[in-house]
Each structure stands twice: as structure tokens, then as C-alpha cells.
Write a protein that binds this ligand. Structure first.
Ligand SMILES: [Zn+2]
Length: 867
């Protein structure tokens, strides 16, 4: 699954907001229902073996419910008892081995008790099931563009019970045979290949290979399809009819990337793609970036672009395609036994996704994006007061598992794997993986199984490596200690440190680059790699290669970005950055320098004023779009959080000036121009200019003020009080689409009136009629630095009312709303006091506890930086 890249247009700064904790108090309850515990799962898999699911769905009924008839066959210990997860609207009939079950007594809190098991069992249940509007279970969406109805299934993490009775845990894999009745003009697709052509709306699918229940899926509706074939594998793309022309425009690139990635995976892995066809469906209101259902990967349909996008967005989409494809091996072919090994899915998919994108597609520079964005995401999560190891040992239930879909399980894990490859060598790494696939195909595996395979292939005992990198949390800092600091280096020592409360030092393989500034640019004088071995040197590694060397203008640790560590430049290098940074030819080196500086500001070690001055000096000549986007997004976030009311205006003006210079220096119609224009719109307070762009006045040559850019401009005008409900409704008439409705919701929430804020607040806290995405839009539009007086009453209301919101909303959707609505911009001691009061209560839902812990940490940092 892909939890990152959840941006909507200019919401890039939100996408990396880490939402991690890990040292949360286990309530064992979310949304009032018990979540499956590890002990229960272990007991159940010791009691039963599932042999087959036969699921028959009737989707041709009303707008609220569908009919589900399921046969589950499983072996059991005779006489034993167990349960299935099941969440019906109404049970019509239920039998176990032919004996009727009474749901009135047997079905409690979404668990149906099964007692008196035989050696071979057959559970048959027919029920009315409810559609969802939360992106979980079977999500039902009515397209505002044409009123067509679209359905898609999303089981992850424990939503299967909302479609069929299910032994819902990752190590009870079984084959699925699905049949569906649907309106005759609908397209229905599923994990399995079609068994025969549909007749009168009746669809039958072939039995799948053994799958974990969380990757079962289907889509149904009048979806538009494009098909192709590659290397014997049928390919398909699906999207809503109202996006048909946009899907057609994107199909070439999507198929090309898909084929290139398939070829590359087949070169790297000994096992071919095993799941028959490879379909990719782009669906509305999807909670994540994408989900790796075998045979039918589901993506959010914002990936089908309807307005101009930057090439970095296309690169991002390609890495998502590659990430999901990696899951066909990591997760789908070999599945974690329990959620504590979630990283076996996500870290590998993230690492392989970037690697295969870089090696096989036109997006060869995507490791720069990784260095710039993903690692910052991972490090932010990893430095929270309640971080967790990449491979935690204590994921006690499914609620806690859901919370680990964070920057640690994805980005840090991927960075650690990149470091592992540098450590053991690529050949041994791949040999180990192939051994792991061969041994555990169609089954489950654990960290220990992987380490066994990698150790065997590399001839190195990885126990100590895994202990410090995978079982210990937090991040190390590397800096060069130079003496004497004059024209020539005397001794140079790389010093590794760790936070006091997580004092682990780690072995690192790092690159070191020496850059000199010349009249015609910057020159890489020398780059070399060395191993830091704290077990031998206590974290102080002398670098004999540098002794006696003429001091370079920039000494760059982790050049080439091999390891996962915070980098601090020496004083002389920091002083040289404004002049040398724009001259560095290697985008990865520039990204590494920027990441180091942004991190130092985030940590409060350097002032935000210094950052915006550097942005103005160095960014307008930046050519790498992802660097532009990320530096501006994070700088903007730091300006909003770390500046005071007195200093913010000047800082924001410098950011706007940097965007303006960038815009002036950009090629008309290019990605750089679009990135600069979007960020300028978000930062400027020049209402006349913004209104002019909407009216076609003063628009830079080559810049298309298209549907999404129009909404972005209007949104900014609304925040500034220069447009209101009437303008929003007029724009919605121009763009009567799902995305248009979301933009309108965001804009209405941003209107600076008490009435608009009250309406938005009611939408996000308690209106369960609106979908996940529209509730999130209200939360996204709510808080602005420009409106803090108006929204002041909602700071205490957040802490008072969010527990109730968590009772009416579920899972991911609830979490995302709680995150987006957090009053992080209210940088005051009172906000921290309210957070502390809430966290002191014993009955805070698990999700909210983590969201508040994280939000409070951001406020703490901001207060310190302002202080
Ligand atoms: Zn994933």
C-alpha cells in the first residue's frame, strides 16, 4: 500500500506530515469495537486452516445495501471454537456444517462465534451488507459529473468483514472464488481472471492463488477501460467515465511504465509475476495512494490528471506503480505472518519502487526525490517522542498496526535497505531475496526468515546489523570535526551521535564529497566511501583520506545518499552554501545539502530567517523540480510554524519573491514554471495579481490557468478574504466534478467568517453523510495563519470534540480528519496544556492519542523555535 503522496494539488506540505507514535497506551478498542489481538490471531491460526472462500455478491439492489452469500471451507481441531469477523446490516441465514447459527446470540461486536468445529468445516452465510462512504469495505460513490455509480473494495486493514465473513488475519491465506451480479452495463473486475464472459450482468471469476484477506478486492460500475498485453500478461487500466478522456491521454505513459517495471522485476527476481493479469484501477475517494491487491491494484484517481502537472508528479506516479508492483512479491506472494513485520511489505516496496523506477523508466533521477522527501518524512517520524523501530516487536493488535503506516515503515525502512545493499553488496542482497521468495512463496514469513536468507547469501551474520538498524528506533547525526580549520585540513574525524534517550550508534557506509568553487562552477574534487564502525571506534572515525588535503569549499558527508542519518555541515561549508549550492551539478548532492539545512532549521539550530534568505538566493536557479517543490513546501511550513505574527509577513514575502524570480527564470509551459506558479499563488498577498490571473490578465507566457490552478488561486483569494461563497459556487458551476466538489468544500471551510467556520467544523466532526474525502476537505481548509483570531475558539473545541468524532468515523478516514483538523498553527502554551489534558485521560482512542501526540510535538518545536 502507499500511504505517502496523499496530496491534493498544492497540499504537498501536508503529505509528509508524519503521524507516528508507537509508545501509545493500548486501549484495544477503536470506534467502540475490539480489534484483533496478536494473541487471538496466533490462537486462531493454531486452531484452523482456511481452504477456500466462495463469495457471491449481488450489487444490483438499492443504494444502501448489497447481498453477500459466502461459503468458507476450513479445517479445524475437532471440538474447538473460533470466530469469523463479520459486520452485516442483516443476517438472512447462517449455518456451520449444516447447523443453523443464531446471529442474535453468536454475533457480538463484529465477531461471529463458531463452536464445536469438525475436522472439515463449511460455514455458509447470506446477509445484507452496507455500502460505505469512508473508503473502507465496499465504497459507493456517485459521480457528481454524471450521476453514475461506482463501487470499489478496500479490505485493508480489517475491512473484509464489511463484505464477507472472514478469518481476517494475514497468515490465514486461502484461494478466493468470486461471482457478482451487477447491472448489465457495468464493468466488474476482481483479483481473479474472468472465468467466462459476463452474461446479463452475471460475472464469474476464476479461483485465485492463496491470498491474504486484506488484498481481496473488486471494482464494479460503468468504468472506462483500456487494455493491452505484455510478455504474456494481460494489462488493463480503469477509471470513471467522466475521466475517460484523461485516462486515454495517460494510458500510453501508464502502460509504458508498467511494462518497463514488469520487465525489470522479472530480471531481478527468479519468480515471475504469478497472479495472471495485471489490472490497475483508478478509483474515487481512495484513502491511500494505492493498494497492492494481486491482479487488481487500486489507485486514487487523482493520478489521472485533468489539469497540467509537473514532471515530478509524473515521476511520483511512476514510483507508486513500481511500489505496488513490488508488493506482488513482497506482501502478496510472501506475506508477513503478523503486522509487526509490516516493514517486510512497505520498506521493501518503497526501496524496490524507487530502484526499479530509476533503473527501468525515464524517471532516472527519482533517488533525488527519495533523498529530499521520503527521508525527511522518515526522520520527522523517527524523532517524535514516541517513535518505534522499523521492525517493532510489540504490535499487539490491528489498531496499532494501522498506526505503523508511517514514515518509519516506509521511508526509513527503505533507506535502511538502501544502506543494507551498500553494506552487503547488491548481488548478495538479490540472491538472499530470491532464496526468501523460493522458500516462502504463497505462504508467510518473518524478519528471522529474511535474515536467514540474506545471511546465507552474503556470508555475513546480520544479527547485530538488524538489531541496531531494525530493532532500535531514532536516527544518528553525522558531522565532521576538523582541526585545524585553515587552508589545509589537519585531522578530520567523522563524529556520530545519537539522542540521549535512544543512545544507539550504528555502522554506516557513507560517501564523502569534496567540492571546490571555481569561476565557471563547482567541481567535485574527490568522492570516496568509508565505513563507520562505532563498535571499533566509539563513534569517532578518523578519515585519513582528508588529512593534509586543501580544505574544499564544501565538505559533504553522505554524498551519494547511501545512509540514513542527519547530516550537519561544518561551519566553513555552511558559510559557503549560498554561493556553492546553486553551482553543484549533481541534483542528489544539492538535495543532500538542502535536506541538511532544512533539518537544521526544523531542529531549531538555525533560524527560519536564514532559511528564507537562502531560498531567495539559491532556489531561483534550481532546475530540479522536486527540489523546488519540496524546499518551498517545507520552507512555507516552517515560516507558518516558526515565525511570530511580527516576523511572518517578511518571511512570507521573501518566499513569494523567490517564487517570482523562479517564475521569471522558467521556460514557458514547463514543470518548473508550474511549480513556481503554484507556490507563488500560495505565498503571495497580492490579490489584484491573483484576480488578474483568474481573469486572464498578466498571466506568465506559457502558464495554463486550467481547472485546478483556477481553484488554487480562488482558494488563496478566499483565505485572504478577497473572494467568498458566491465566487466558490460560480467556480463549481464551471467544474461540476468530484474534484471540483472537494475544492469547493476546502474553499468554503477557508472563508473567514464565523458562520463558514461553524459549518465546516460541523461537517468534519459529525456529518457522517458526507464522504471521507469531503470531510477531509473541510478539515484541510479550516486553519490558516491569517485567520487565527477567528478560529481561536476551535482550539479547545478540537480537544473536547475529537473523541466523539472518533466514535462516529472509522479507521483511516477518522485518522486523517483528526490530523488535518489539529490546531498546530495555534502555537501557544495553552494548546500544549489542552493536549496534555487529553492525553492524560485513560479512554482516548488509539488513533487520536497518536495524532495528538504528534501534533503536540510540532507545537512544542514551534514554541521552542519562536521562543
Ligand atoms: Zn505499499
Amino acid at each position: 500500500m502507499l500511504a505517502r503522496r496523499l496530496w491534493i494539488n498544492d497540499q504537498v506540505s501536508r503529505r509528509r506530515r508524519a503521524w507516528v507514535c508507537g509508545r501509545v497506551v493500548v486501549t484495544g478498542m477503536m470506534n467502540g469495537m475490539p480489534s484483533l489481538t496478536r494473541a487471538e490471531a496466533a490462537a486462531r491460526s493454531a486452531t484452523i486452516t482456511v481452504t477456500a472462500y466462495e463469495i457471491d455478491l449481488d450489487l444490483s439492489r438499492d443504494a444502501a445495501t448489497f447481498r453477500s452469500r459466502t461459503v468458507v471451507r476450513f479445517a479445524g481441531q475437532p471440538g474447538a471454537a473460533t470466530f469469523v469477523e463479520f459486520e452485516p446490516a442483516e443476517v438472512l441465514s447462517a449455518t456451520l456444517n449444516g447447523v443453523p447459527l443464531d446471529p442474535a446470540t453468536a454475533l457480538i461486536e463484529h465477531r461471529l462465534a463458531l463452536t464445536g468445529l469438525a475436522a472439515a468445516n463449511e460455514l455458509v452465510i447470506e446477509a445484507e451488507m452496507a455500502y460505505s462512504n469512508t473508503g473502507e469495505g465496499l465504497h459507493r460513490f456517485v459521480d457528481p459529473a454524471d450521476k453514475q455509480v461506482y463501487l470499489y473494495g478496500h479490505m485493508f486493514l480489517d475491512g473484509a468483514r464489511r463484505i464477507f465473513p472472514c478469518f481476517d488475519q494475514p497468515d490465514l491465506k486461502a484461494p478466493y472464488r468470486l461471482s457478482v451480479t451487477a447491472p448489465a452495463d457495468w464493468l466488474v473486475a476482481a483479483n481473479g481472471m474472468p472465468a467466462e464472459p459476463p452474461v446479463s450482468g452475471r460475472h464469474a471469476f476464476a479461483e485465485t492463488l492463496p491470498l491474504a484477506s486484506y488484498v481481496f478486492t473488486l471494482i464494479a460500475g460503468p468504468y472506462h477501460a483500456r487494455t493491452d498485453e505484455h510478455d504474456g500478461i494481460p494489462l488493463a487500466l480503469y477509471a470513471r467515465q467522466s475521466l475517460a478522456r484523461f485516462l486515454d491521454a495517460e494510458a500510453d505513459e501508464l502502460f509504458t511504465v508498467t511494462k518497463q517495471c514488469l520487465d525489470r522485476y522479472h530480471e531481478l527476481f527468479a519468480v515471475r509475476y504469478p497472479f495472471g493479469h495485471y489490472q490497475q484501477a483508478f478509483v474515487p475517494e481512495f484513502n491511500f495512494g494505492a493498494m497492492e491487491n494481486p491482479g487488481l491494484v487500486v489507485f486514487r484517481d487523482e493520478f489521472i490528471y485533468r489539469s497540467a502537472v509537473t514532471d515530478s508528479q509524473r515521476e511520483s506516479r511512476a514510483t507508486v506503480v513500481a511500489h505496488e508492483m513490488a508488493h506482488m512479491w513482497f506482501g502478496d506472494l510472501v506475506t508477513m505472518a503478523w503486522w509487526d513485520d509490516l516493514w517486510l511489505n512497505e520498506s521493501f516496496a518503497d526501496y524496490m519502487g524507487y530502484r526499479v523506477t530509476a533503473e527501468a523508466t525515464r524517471f532516472t533521477g527519482c533517488w533525488t526525490t527519495f533523498a529530499m522527501q521520503d527521508k525527511a518524512w522518515g526522520m520527522r517520524a523517527d524523532q517524535r517522542p514516541s517513535t518505534h523501530p522499523v521492525a517493532p516487536t510489540e504490535v499487539d493488535n490491528t489498531d496499532l498496526a494501522l498506526l505503523n503506516f508511517d514514515g518509519i515503515s516506509y521511508a526509513k525502512g527503505a533507506a535502511v535497505l538502501k544502506q543494507l545493499v551498500a553494506w552487503v553488496g547488491d548481488e548478495a542482497f538479490l540472491a538472499g531475496l530470491n532464496e526468501y521468495f523460493a522458500r516462502h512463496a504463497y505462504g508467510n514469513a518473518t524478519l528471522a526468515d529474511l535474515l536467514t536468507a540474506l545471511s546465507k547469501a552474503s556470508g555475513r551474520d546480520l544479527t547485530a546489523w538488524a538489531d541496531v538498524w531494525l530493532r532500535q528506533a531514532q536516527v544518528n547525526t553525522l558531522r565532521a570535526e576538523i582541526e585545524p580549520a585553515s587552508a589545509r585540513y589537519g585531522g578530520v574525524t567523522i563524529v556520530q551521535t545519537a539522542p540521549e534517550h535512544w543512545p544507539t550508534l550504528r555502522p554506516h557506509r557513507v560517501g564523502v564529497g569534496l567540492y571546490d568553487r571555481r569561476a565557471d562552477g563547482a567541481v567535485l574534487r574527490r568522492r570516496f566511501e568509508l565505513d563507520l564502525e562505532p563498535a571499533l571506534d566509539g563513534g569517532r572515525t578518523p578519515v585519513p583520506e582528508l588529512a593534509g588535503q586543501e580544505a574544499p569549499d564544501l565538505l559533504l558527508l553522505n554524498d551519494g545518499d547511501l545512509t540514513y542519518a542527519k547530516i550537519r555541515l561544518d561551519d566553513a561549508s555552511v558559510a559557503a552554501v549560498p554561493l556553492i549550492l546553486p553551482l553543484l551539478a549533481d541534483p542528489l548532492a544539492r538535495a543532500t545539502v538542502w535536506a541538511s539545512l532544512l533539518d537544521a532549521v526544523t531542529d531549531g539550530e538555525r533560524p527560519v530567517a536564514e532559511l528564507v534568505t537562502l531560498v531567495l538566493a539559491a532556489l531561483p536557479v534550481e532546475t530540479e523540480v522536486v527540489v523546488i517543490e519540496d524546499v518551498l513546501a517545507l520552507s512555507r511550513r516552517l515560516v507558518d510554524l516558526y515565525s511570530t505574527a511580527e516576523t511572518r509577513g517578511v518571511a512570507l514575502e521573501l518566499v513569494a519573491q523567490a517564487c517570482d524570480r523562479l517564475l521569471a527564470a522558467s521556460e514557458p509551459g514547463g514543470s518548473r514554471q508550474l511549480a513556481a506558479a503554484r507556490k507563488l499563488v500560495g505565498a503571495t498577498i497580492d490579490r489584484v495579481r491573483l484576480q488578474g490571473w483568474l481573469d486572464g490578465v498578466g498571466v506568465p507566457e506559457g502558464l495554463a490557468v486550467d481547472t485546478d490552478l483556477r481553484w488554487l488561486i480562488l482558494y488563496r483569494l478566499v483565505v485572504l478574504g478577497a473572494a467568498g461563497p458566491e465566487e466558490i459556487e460560480n467556480e463549481l458551476i464551471r467544474d461540476r466534478s468530484a474534484t471540483g466538489e472537494q475544492w469547493a468544500g476546502r474553499c468554503h471551510a477557508a472563508v473567514p467568517t464565523a458562520a463558514a467556520k461553524a459549518t465546516a467544523w460541523a461537517t468534519l466532526t459529525s456529518d457522517t453523510e458526507v464522504s471521507n474525502r469531503l470531510a477531509e476537505a473541510a478539515a484541510e481548509g479550516f486553519w490558516h495563519p491569517e485567520q487565527l483570531d477567528l478560529t481561536a475558539p476551535y482550539v479547545s473545541r478540537y480537544f473536547a470534540e475529537m473523541p466523539a468524532m472518533l466514535r462516529v468515523r472509522t479507521g483511516m478516514s477518522a485518522e486523517r480528519i483528526a490530523q488535518r483538523a489539529y490546531p498546530v498553527l495555534a502555537v501557544e502554551p495553552r494548546t500544549r496544556e489542552l493536549a496534555a489534558e487529553l492525553l492524560a485521560a485513560s479512554d482516548v482512542p488509539t488513533i487520536l492519542r497518536r495524532v495528538v501526540t504528534d501534533g503536540d510535538d510540532d507545537v512544542r518545536r514551534a514554541l521552542a523555535a519562536r521562543g
